[in-house]
Design a binder for this molecule. Structure first.
Ligand code: CA
Ligand code: CA
Length: 147
């Protein structure tokens, strides 16, 4: 088997599952979750995810509470980046359990399950600091983006 691409990792049916998980998570928090997959990257994963956070306009939330789950498919590298609003409230390493969960699931070949679980977990964390409010809007698209 050759090098995995992002589309191999997450075929369309699985993308729908992840999108649904995002919708469900966002129904309980004002925070916004996005998932981005690249085939592969040259630079350091956290740097690249931070760059993408800007590129995707993820800072465009009222409470600065967007969270990006990033995956580089070929080498299964992952990162979770939160915006200033959430980062100001949480201790360092706050997302480490989400990373561990992703890595564990990926290791066992469960990509869609891993992403859905990670979205769920991020949603739970967001909910603690940013509960859902009446009149909440979907500030960032729930679609998965590909690089
Ligand atoms: Ca929202
Ligand atoms: Ca959204």
């Amino acid at each position: 088997m050759g090098v995995l691409t992002a589309a191999d990792l997450l075929p369309e049916a699985d993308q729908a599952r992840v999108k649904e998980a995002i919708q469900k998570a966002e129904a309980r928090t004002s925070g916004e979750i996005r998932v981005h997959l690249d085939d592969t990257i040259a630079d350091e994963v956290l740097d690249h995810a931070a760059y993408l956070f800007e590129e995707l306009g993820m800072f465009r939330t009222r409470d600065r509470n967007g969270v990006l789950i990033y995956v580089s498919a070929a080498d299964r590298r992952v990162a979770v980046i939160g915006d200033a609003g959430i980062n100001a409230r949480v201790p360092e390493g706050y997302w480490n359990d989400v990373l561990a969960l992703l890595q564990e699931q990926f290791k066992n070949g469960r990509f869609a399950d891993g992403l859905c679980l990670a979205v769920e977990r991020v949603g739970e964390k967001l909910r603690a600091d940013f509960p859902f409010e009446r009149g909440d809007t979907d500030e960032l698209p729930n679609d998965i983006s590909f690089g």
